[in-house]
Design a protein around this ligand. Structure first.
Ligand code: AMP
Length: 610
């Protein structure tokens, strides 16, 4: 495909306000792209490289302005381009405002051939440009860009400039590309009674024919001549869209997915697998509570929430004949390659994890005892390109893995959390794996959270034990436990002696709200209290014991606890008629007497305002 044709199509998309019509334009472009399909699919999104590839052209706005100025003629300076940019606000419009044709003869003489740019040539040239590095690379980049602009029409220059900066501004997002791929290569013809005579235009088969036509390079303006309404619109089914979406999630390569859809259809898309070395988008979490988790799934998979930077670990087998160690790559949450910044993580993984594998986890900074350090410390290491060895001495980082997406040649995206975690534990030494508790018991979960906080972690993550790994999804299957929103101050009116190690201490504390001159019970708190605090609390409360019945004691209302909670719900269990969900001890309010504690009215108000 000629780049001029691509630019003409892009221009049409840019002026088309309606989403559906834009999808149709993109679909038609894909159908006509022939052998250039992969490149064209990337170009409409302003990409030269697939989304998973962190290679960049490394051309800044300044270099681009200089290249445009040079191609625009001897009288134009980079400063002139900058002035125009200040007016136009956008480099594409500026580039389109120059007539680069003046030097075309010269370019032809110098080997440009005089013919127009092709999509493939632009792609290859930009890839070469991305690979330029070292001394003189800036000049080489400038020359290369000059060469391209020098042969561009105003419309081509517009989209070339935008492509170089990575934003096409034609209203074609990822969803549009997905829909267009499905419509172009999977969907059958639209059945439309009114316009039945057009049904034969855009069948899947015709789409392929169109593509071949495009490959034979017939002119530049097919789509421009044929308005959207002239072509039948195919409508992909939800299943077809899902098949494209799924392949995209697994590969992050729109170009490849479009090619597979065209050449192998749905079966081909379903066969797209993870590849070690090609990162996928990280699954994300919503805020939620233990109550939400247990209500939705009956039981929750609970893991420590590490306070670090997300990392996806890819372990490929080294060259066995050469006896090379495993080949480890690390990617950030945005799929940037951060391997070189984290050599000790690479070494750890190469030494301990069998290839092939893909893991998900966090890189945390740790002190000399291996205890976690605050998040800011990791940031000093995470994307560092220089002085890595020196910084390695200053801030130590370690891997904490919490998921396994691929092991021993098997994709595990569709396996449940529990199975993925089991595979992870087989692959990675215990010290580098998040613990996993699967429980339906709030108390047990609270104790796990407490241990996690005590160990210096951020808290806990709650996961649906049966859920699969859906890349890029911020769904309801992963919840980061919300910190308690409010605390209440309640009077301790009873307690229970602990068990085992805690047998000599009061352990569980009965809490009450003020109810007139009396107290109404609202729940027990047993979590959030360290051993040391427990000893202090027992000493504080023992003098208040009024009566004992087995392990249970009744206390004088004398001490006020500040308590966090997730939710207040109605409950017949306590005399107040309410219960605290997930209560956690925060502090003894030594500054408050029972008369200052929260009243039942306030509890009612809090319950209503939830
Ligand atoms: P937030 O950054 O507050 O949105 O919390 C979600 C992030 O917590 C994830 O994107 C991970 O980077 C991080 N995280 C820490 N520990 C875990 C874990 N066990 N499971 C999932 N994500 C975790």
């Amino acid at each position: 495909m000629q780049f001029a044709e691509f630019a003409a199509r892009a221009s049409e998309m840019e002026t088309e306000p309606a989403d559906l019509a834009t999808v149709a334009l993109v679909r038609d472009l894909f159908c006509d792209a022939g052998d250039d399909l992969t490149v064209v699919v990337r170009f409409v999104q302003g990409r030269v490289f697939p989304a998973w590839d962190s290679t960049t052209l490394d051309v800044g706005p300044r270099l681009l302005r200089e290249a445009i100025a040079r191609a625009a003629g001897q009288n134009v300076t980079a400063g002139d381009v900058e002035d125009r940019l200040a007016d136009a606000g956008e480099i594409g419009a500026v580039a389109a405002g120059y007539d680069f044709g003046g030097q075309r003869g010269l370019a032809a003489f110098a080997g440009g051939g005089g013919d127009g740019l092709s999509v493939r040539e632009v792609d290859e040239t930009l890839r070469e440009l991305a690979a330029a590095s070292g001394a003189g690379s800036e000049d080489r980049k400038l020359n290369t860009l000059f060469g391209l602009f020098n042969r561009a029409s105003p419309e081509e220059a517009k989209y070339l400039a935008r492509l170089v900066l990575g934003e096409m501004r034609i209203g074609v997002g990822e969803g549009t590309v997905r829909d267009a791929v499905a419509e172009a290569f999977l969907a059958g013809p639209e059945v439309d009674d009114d316009e039945g005579d057009e049904d034969d235009i855009a069948t899947g088969g015709d789409a392929d024919d169109d593509a071949e036509d495009g490959a034979s390079g017939d002119g530049t303006d097919t789509a421009a001549e044929e308005s959207v309404s002239d072509r039948a619109t195919t409508h992909a089914t939800a299943d077809e869209l899902a098949a494209v979406e799924r392949a995209l999630q697994v590969s992050n390569d729109y170009g490849m997915v479009a090619r597979v859809a065209r050449e192998e259809g749905r079966d081909g898309l379903e066969a797209v697998r993870l590849e070690v070395g090609r990162p996928v988008q990280a699954m994300l979490a919503q805020a939620g509570t233990v109550t939400d988790a247990l209500e939705a799934w009956d039981e929750a998979a609970v893991e420590r929430k590490f306070d670090g930077a997300r990392v996806q670990v890819h372990v490929a087998s080294g060259d066995e004949e050469e006896g090379a160690a495993a080949d480890v790559s690390l990617f950030s949450r945005n799929m940037d390659d951060v391997t070189d910044a984290l050599p000790e993580v690479v070494e750890f993984v190469a030494d301990h994890v069998d290839a092939p594998a893909i893991l998900d986890g966090e890189v945390v900074a740790v002190d000399d005892d291996g205890e976690p350090l605050p998040f800011q410390e990791v940031l000093r290491r995470f994307r560092r390109k220089h002085d890595v060895d020196r910084m390695r001495e200053e801030v130590r980082v370690e891997l904490r893995a919490f998921d396994c997406l691929h092991a021993g040649g098997e994709d595990l995206l569709d396996a449940p959390v529990t199975e993925r975690h089991a595979r992870l534990s087989e692959l990675v030494p215990e010290s580098a794996v998040s613990g996993l508790l699967v429980s339906d018991d709030e108390g047990e979960i609270a104790a796990f959270e407490e241990a996690s906080l005590d160990a210096g972690h951020e808290g806990v993550m709650l996961k649906n034990p049966d859920s699969t790994y859906s890349p890029g999804d911020r769904g309801k299957n992963w919840l980061k436990r919300k910190p308690d929103v409010e605390t209440v101050d309640l009077v301790v009116t009873g307690a229970e002696w602990g068990e085992g190690r805690r047998a000599n201490h009061l352990g569980t504390f009965l809490l009450s709200a003020r109810d007139g001159d009396d107290y109404a019970t609202i729940g027990n708190v047993a979590t959030g209290i360290t051993d040391e605090e427990l000893a202090d609390l027992s000493a504080l409360l023992e003098p208040e014991i009024v009566s004992e019945d087995g392990q249970t004691v009744e206390l004088n209302p004398a001490v006020v606890f500040e308590v966090g909670y997730e939710e207040i719900q109605r409950s017949p269990t306590y005399s107040s008629g309410y219960a605290l969900r997930f209560p956690r001890f925060v502090a003894v309010r030594e500054d408050k007497t029972p008369a200052d504690a929260d009243s039942l009215e306030r509890i009612e108000r809090l319950a209503e305002s939830q």
